[in-house]
Unconditional design. Structure first.
Length: 303
């Protein structure tokens, strides 16, 4: 469809002022290509040469702010900002792999080293990028793949490094096993939130959500603390939420046995036949509210 006068005025008023090409296209109900070609036809396109102010903005902000925000502020595309950052030497360059690196990869791969250990031996930066580079050259050199998609996830060196880190963690905590470290972390989390220390982290999260938002259904609680909501009971076919490893099968059942929450039933009229049952609302009990009052200082104590 041809562009109307109103659309052209909107384009001239908002381009490089407060909206990007994509936002203008969405506002006018047109495609990105149509808006971009109209910008070029009207002579509104930005010159390929970057002004000194824009170059300085990329130099000072790249890596400190999201690249998309920089591009929107300058009225340029993400690709142009990335290219300019590469010209300024702000992007991470991939080091060259030569004959020396290939020999190291062959030798360590023959010894059963994983991609992370080979990247570390090559002096490459840590992270997924370095591992992917090594994985690429393993394939090019015809070596067996080792990594998250290979037969072995980690080599013996990585396993020993993990064991050493675990031993240091246990020694620092002053306990005998990693399970004790986890138990200490659970107790610390419950204590910091003001609840009994023997509660599981999910149970602490449920109590925090109920204290903050008020009564909620089981599904709402599951969504609030980030657990699965697609599990169904194999017998009844209804949704089964907040499954736990303790007695009762769910975290809400464990909290109800502790007397910290209760389930309030709800009913609604169901035509002429009577009433129908709605999902119950979980709420804090008087004991839980008393714990809340103890952990929350009064106004007089704050003063």
């Amino acid at each position: 469809m041809p562009w109307s006068t109103r659309e052209l005025e909107y384009l001239c008023d908002h381009y490089r002022v407060d909206q990007s090409l994509g936002e203008i296209a969405q506002a006018l109900g047109r495609t990105y290509v149509s808006v971009k070609s109209t910008v070029g036809r009207l002579g509104l396109a930005v010159s390929r040469r970057w002004p000194a102010a824009d170059v300085e903005a990329v130099r000072t902000q790249y890596g400190r702010r999201p690249t998309a925000a920089i591009a929107a502020e300058l009225g340029r595309s993400l690709t142009s900002v990335y290219v300019q950052a590469a010209r300024l030497g702000l992007t991470r360059t991939i080091p060259h792999y030569g004959q020396r690196e290939w020999e190291i990869i062959r030798r360590l791969a023959g010894e059963g080293a994983c991609n992370s250990c080979i990247a570390r031996a090559l002096g490459r930066a840590k992270g997924n990028s370095a591992k992917h580079q090594v994985a690429y050259w393993r394939r090019k050199l015809g070596l067996p793949a080792v990594g998250s998609r290979g037969a072995v996830d980690s080599c013996q060196t990585c396993k020993e490094r993990t064991r050493e880190g675990t031993r240091r963690q246990i020694a620092a905590a002053g306990v005998e096993s990693l399970a004790d470290v986890r138990a200490l972390a659970y107790r610390r989390y419950a204590r910091e939130c003001g609840w009994p220390e023997d509660l599981a982290p999910r149970e602490v999260q449920i109590l925090n959500v109920l204290a903050e938002r008020g009564p909620m259904t089981a599904r709402e609680l599951a969504e609030a603390i980030g657990t699965r909501t697609d599990i169904k009971n194999t017998v009844t076919g209804y949704g089964q939420y907040l499954k736990g490893n303790g007695r009762g099968g769910t975290y809400t059942a464990a909290l109800a046995r502790r007397g910290l929450i209760e389930n309030l039933p709800r009913w609604q009229k169901s035509g002429r036949r009577g009433v129908g049952r709605l999902p119950g609302l979980y709420t804090l009990t008087a004991d839980a509210l008393a714990i809340l009052e103890q952990r929350t200082p009064s106004k007089e104590q704050q003063a």
